[in-house]
Design a binder for this molecule. Structure first.
Ligand code: ADP
Ligand code: ZN
Length: 750
């Protein structure tokens, strides 16, 4: 029987990890410690026992197989389903001086020859391969000369049909055992229900494995679910909020990807599309643009979004609901892999849900899936929908879905706990009205019809049936239709109503509905802020300490340096240094190379390679801005003298290091846009941000005085609460941006 983390310590007192291992960790990665779940996993792996490691994205899985592989003599084979993931890892390992090799279809003939020679030399510590390649006996025999002590299987859920990304090639991996009888086999995955977990163990043939399951919670992610209204505009709102940072937008269909990408681009957001209809070459370019931070936003269909990944994704948007909670966990999991705050926004609509069910079913039928798989997929969509509609803390709901307990009362990082949603004060009465209407129509109709009766719709069919005579007819006619429908679904989500049937689901009462009708139970109904920008966003999950102390301008400068180094070496920027490392450097601002070694994530090899370059940036910046160096904020040292400007969480950073100085000089918007390689719209939004942060003496360079007067006169006439009346008053002749600029400036003068 597999044992869990808890029982592991009973059967075997936590094995001690040798000091020499920690020296290696310091030396190679610049890490001082292991996270608790990494400790358990690495101890088990060093013991050579088969292990299944279930850890959320960003938990640090790769270190669990990389560090033991480097610590021990011999070779570790790492199986990974995606070339992009392998490439990143091999690039990163090479950066820290590790002999790692990948063999995949993208290698050129000379590269293949080099790799083969390297493997034959017996010096390779880690070999990354795809499962297909290992299914080839010739290839496996070729490896035979090496002492393979470990086979690490990344994304191990791909082996299970119950997982969200089944790959038949994974099924053959268990046969590797015959070739490498002495090797231990370990599986790694971010998402696994009990069922998937057992299936992985079974399919891979793990021998009395230790199963280590960490908490599924991702405290650095803020989850929000919002009703879909003007979806493109809503997506733009999220992208705008995070301007300059990386994000992923998931769409249901290819055509949605195209229209959303187009819309965002027109609005001046640097976005790129990614879907199955694009050629291999186009996809590769899109992926590279995102990875190298040449573009901020990747818009993708879910099926093809897997390779779209980088550690500093600050937001993930779901333009419609995902196929299951597992998918949601996996897809949102790509946000904030570096542990820094990130936001996940899901826009939900009934129409999309129906489309999704249809698409999923027909593709399953086409693939010849059994009926139980088809009905499982339907149930999964319904579970996802219930998640969207239930007013329960999102962190709690997700963690509990995966069978774990959530200890916190409030997470402080979801729409429900942050109070984005308002509790409806007379929820009980509204719920009773809805439920009695279901009763009056004899539990024979679906959501839309019940809503029509409650709204008092005078449709022919209602009149024909005489339902306009019902006591519940028109009982909630003051409520907007979309809102009412949402409340009905919220009741379903809480289990206070049932939806039966699949083609035309019918509303049915149950014991809970009766308890509410008799006044014995209190339902909860919420009203969403109507779009993501309707309410002032509160900060996402508590920012890391480094973030709180970081010097924004220095961080931006270092990002530029990192991008240049990365493009010289043809690797993604985060392979050089993660955002965490840059943040910590911009918080502590070390003045010496030794000081830099204290930054988590800087080991000796990277210090030698890049230390001096970054040191110069820091020294120059601190001198120019008279900001202190060698700050030890971990010891609670007060920041004295000149305080750096702090970074706004998830706020638009990016090109501001270029636009801000020019804005301060009052340069023309077009000129700034051209120099910073952004649109004029972006420059204006930077200007608006800048005005929030510091006083601007005049806007005359950007908005002619005559124009300013016109806008102010209109504002005097119709008020300053909202922009729209001003826009209308000016007969839509003055762009919103100018109005916003004028009012912001005016506010600043007060
Ligand atoms: P996963 O593969 O589980 O998604 P990663 O291996 O990408 O997670 O690690 C996530 C982040 O955490 C990376 O930025 C990595 O450098 C960092 N990290 C991993 N282990 C540690 C550690 N022991 N100390 C500090 N940072 C760590
Ligand atoms: Zn919460």
């Amino acid at each position: 029987m597999p044992s869990t983390v808890r029982s592991a310590s009973i059967e075997n007192p936590t094995p001690i990890i040798p000091d020499r291992f920690y020296s290696l960790l310091r030396e190679v990665w610049g890490f001082d410690s292991l996270r608790p779940s990494q400790h358990a996993a690495i101890a088990s792996i060093l013991e050579g026992r088969d292990t299944l490691v279930v850890m959320p994205t960003g938990g640090g899985k790769s270190l669990c197989y990389q560090a033991p592989a480097i610590y021990r003599e011999g070779m570790t084979i790492v199986v990974s389903p995606l070339i992009a993931l392998m490439k990143d890892q091999v690039d990163s390992l090479k950066q820290v001086g590790v002999n790692a090799v990948r063999i995949d279809s993208t290698l050129t003939a000379p590269e293949k020859r080099d790799a083969a020679q390297n493997i034959r030399s017996g010096k390779v510590r880690m070999l990354f391969v795809s499962p297909e390649r290992l299914a080839n006996p010739d290839f496996v025999r070729f490896l035979d000369g090496n002492e393979v002590h470990t086979i690490a299987i990344d994304e191990a859920h791909c082996v299970s049909q119950w997982g969200h990304d089944f790959r038949p090639e994974y099924r053959q991996l268990s046969s590797l055992r015959a070739f490498f009888p002495k090797a231990a086999m370990h599986g790694f995955t971010a998402t696994a229900t009990e069922k998937v977990r057992l299936d992985i163990i079974d399919q891979l043939g793990l021998k009395s494995p230790r199963v280590l399951v960490s908490s599924f919670d991702r405290p650095n992610l803020t989850y929000r679910v919002l009703p879909q209204l003007d979806i493109e505009e809503q997506i733009r709102g999220v992208c705008d909020h995070h301007r300059g940072s990386g994000g992923i937008v998931y769409c249901l269909r290819r055509k949605d990807v195209e229209s959303v990408t187009d819309y965002l681009q027109r609005k001046g957001i640097s976005a790129v599309g990614y879907h199955a209809g694009m050629s291999h070459e186009e996809r590769k370019l899109a992926q590279e643009a995102f990875l190298t931070e040449a573009v901020d936003v990747a818009v993708a269909t879910v099926a093809f979004g897997m390779g779209i990944d980088r550690s500093n994704v600050r937001f993930v948007v779901h333009a419609s609901i995902p196929k299951s909670i597992e998918h949601y966990q996996q897809e949102t999991g790509r946000a904030g892999r570096d542990g820094l705050p990130a936001e996940c926004v899901l826009f939900h609509s009934v129409a999309d849900e129906i489309t999704l069910k249809k698409i999923t079913e027909s593709s399953l039928i086409e693939a010849g899936a059994r009926s139980e798989i088809i009905s499982a997929s339907r149930i999964q969509i319904e579970e996802m929908s219930r998640y969207c509609r239930t007013p329960v803390c999102r962190h709690r709901a997700l963690v509990e879905y995966f069978g774990q307990c959530y200890e916190n009362k409030s997470c402080g990082a979801c729409d429900i706990c942050l109070g984005d949603t308002d509790d409806v004060p007379d929820a009980k009465i509204i719920a009773q009205k809805i439920l009695s209407c279901v009763f009056r129509v004899q539990e024979r109709f679906g959501v839309n019809y019940v809503v029509e009766i409650l709204l008092g719709a005078k449709t022919q069919i209602v009149l024909q049936r005489g339902h306009d005579k019902l006591s519940t007819y028109g009982l909630l006619k003051e409520i907007p239709k979309a809102q009412l429908r949402d409340w009905v679904y919220q009741l379903v989500g809480q289990g206070a109503l049932e939806l039966e049937g699949t083609e035309y689901p019918i509303l049915k009462l149950n014991a809970d509905s009766k308890a509410i009708l008799f006044g014995d139970a209190e339902p909860r109904l919420i009203r969403n802020a109507t779009n993501s920008t309707a309410k002032e966003r509160r900060p996402a999950a508590s920012p890391s300490e480094a973030l709180a102390h970081a010097d924004a301008a220095l961080f931006e400068k270092m990002k530029v340096v990192r991008r240049n180094l990365a493009s010289e070496q043809k690797v993604p920027p985060f392979v050089i240094f993660s955002d965490n490392v840059l943040l910590e450097m911009s918080a502590t601002r070390p003045s010496t190379l030794e000081g830099m070694l204290n930054v988590a994530g800087i080991g000796n090899v990277k210090l030698n390679a890049y230390g001096r370059t970054f040191l110069e940036v820091i020294q120059e910046h601190c001198k120019a801005t008279s900001v202190e160096m060698d700050i030890d904020w971990k010891q609670g040292q007060e920041l004295q003298s000149a305080k750096p400007r702090p970074i706004r969480v998830g706020g638009g950073t990016g090109t501001k290091s270029i636009t801000y100085p020019m804005l301060r000089e009052g340069k023309a918007l077009e000129e700034i846009a051209e120099r910073a390689e952004v649109t004029v719209g972006t420059v204006v939004s930077h200007l608006l941000d800048l005005m929030q942060e510091e006083p601007i003496p005049s806007i005359d360079n950007w908005l002619p005085i005559e124009q300013q007067k016109i806008i102010l006169a209109a504002a005097d006439a119709v008020g300053r609460e909202k922009l729209k009346p001003i826009f209308e008053h000016l007969e839509q002749a003055v762009p919103y941006e100018q109005i916003r600029l004028m009012l912001s400036f005016e506010r600043q003068q007060v």
